[in-house]
Design a protein around this ligand. Structure first.
Ligand SMILES: NC(=O)c1ccc[n+]([C@@H]2O[C@H](COP(=O)([O-])OP(=O)(O)OC[C@H]3O[C@@H](n4cnc5c(N)ncnc54)[C@H](O)[C@@H]3O)[C@@H](O)[C@H]2O)c1
Length: 335
């Protein structure tokens, strides 16, 4: 039985599908602070199999311990966390409490229950401003905001835990920019409030929920002047979790990037989205945002060499799948 923290959220619901499709049993712990239980009902209907669910905050160590014991959990995939960079600048203590303290409590419960296999959702934000590209796992770690620092601190905690007790099996996945949705169109990203990320914003403009997009910065030293990022399909990302679980059959600690290795500019994404959706995405150019870098993309070779993972889906497919989800669920799970 795999315990999935944050499994009702965007990436978690896709990881749940990948695990169930692979024949594994799943129990989700989520406090629903940024998600809806409807996503798990959809997961069940995609897979035709049940998902156990407990509405639990990972900071509640006893509740986590109880779930680990009750369900006979053998491994944890830990996605629960707050993830908005801008919000983390305004509410740093909330981010340290939820993400860092939450992970400490989770790890303590795991240690007590003798469950010593964990896959952690880290982020490319741990690298900070790239000093070279593509970003490999050896790049210095210097996040530039509290959100990124919570990810770095949790990574450090995992490294210390592994150094202290070699029985642990730890996978750290540094996601680049997850986008897209399951091809069924049943599950997808469902931001509450104003979307922080590019694709959900574009999709909400295309579906008519927002008037226009602001492109933050058009004078970067890139081919079209807009920022370049490494967008990776959420189903490719989900497959990476299965791969690393297989790799963690023996004790050890593995840290890998999950990205495509290719950068796409904001304008390229808008144009691709317009082409696959047949909808116009009006946009205006804005100033650069503080802390944004011009270009960021992964070196994904380690994930390929060590665990045989490689992204397979194109930007066009990412946009097509994102649009299928958004157009069939214009108001997300509230429909
Ligand atoms: N989406 C991205 O761009 C991105 C990029 C890199 C890393 N990540 C990381 O991947 C993970 C999943 O991201 P997502 O995009 O699916 O976000 P999400 O907000 O959709 O999912 C996170 C889930 O965690 C739950 N949660 C938050 N705090 C909790 C707590 N204390 N106890 C229990 N549940 C809690 C939320 O209710 C939500 O369902 C996060 O850790 C995020 O930092 C995301």
């Amino acid at each position: 039985m795999i315990l999935l923290t944050g499994g009702a959220g965007y990436i978690g619901s896709h990881v749940a599908v990948a695990l169930l499709d692979a024949g594994l049993d799943v129990v989700v712990l989520d406090n629903l602070s940024n998600s809806s239980p409807a996503s798990l009902r959809r997961v069940q209907s995609i897979c035709g199999r049940p998902v156990a669910f407990r509405q639990v905050d990972i900071r509640d160590e006893e509740a986590v311990y109880d779930a680990l014991k009750t369900y006979g959990v053998t491994a944890v995939i830990h996605l629960a966390g707050l993830k908005a960079v801008g919000e983390s600048n305004q509410q740093p203590l909330n981010y340290y409490d939820n993400n860092v303290l939450g992970s400490m409590r989770l790890l303590s419960a795991m240690q007590r229950a003798a469950v010593k296999t964990i896959v952690f959702s880290s982020s490319a934000t741990v690298y900070g401003a790239p000093s070279y590209l593509p970003l490999n796992e050896e790049h210095a770690l210097a996040p530039t905001n509290p959100y990124g620092r919570t990810k770095l601190f949790i990574e450090e905690m995992l490294r210390d835990l592994h150094a202290a007790d070699g029985d642990w099996r730890i996978g750290v996945l540094r996601y680049f920019n997850p986008v897209g949705a399951h091809e069924s169109g049943y599950i997808g990203e469902n931001p509450l409030g104003i979307p922080n990320n590019l694709l959900p914003f574009i999709a909400q403009v295309a579906v008519g929920r927002r008037e226009k997009l602001t492109v933050w910065g058009c004078d970067y030293p890139t081919p079209d002047g807009t920022g370049v990022r490494d967008f990776v399909h959420v189903c490719d990302l989900a497959a990476g979790h299965l791969r690393i679980l297989k790799h963690l059959k023996a004790p050890g600690l593995l840290t890998v990037n999950l990205g495509t290795g290719e950068g796409s500019s904001v304008l390229q994404v808008i144009q691709t989205f317009e082409a696959v959706s047949g909808r116009a995405v009006p946009y205006e150019m804005g100033e650069r945002r503080n802390g944004d870098v011009a270009v960021c993309y992964a070196d994904p070779i380690l994930a390929k060499n060590v665990m045989g993972w490689k992204s397979t889906r194109s930007l066009m497919q990412m946009c097509a799948d994102h649009w299928r989800w958004q157009s069939r669920n214009p108001t997300g799970y509230s429909a």
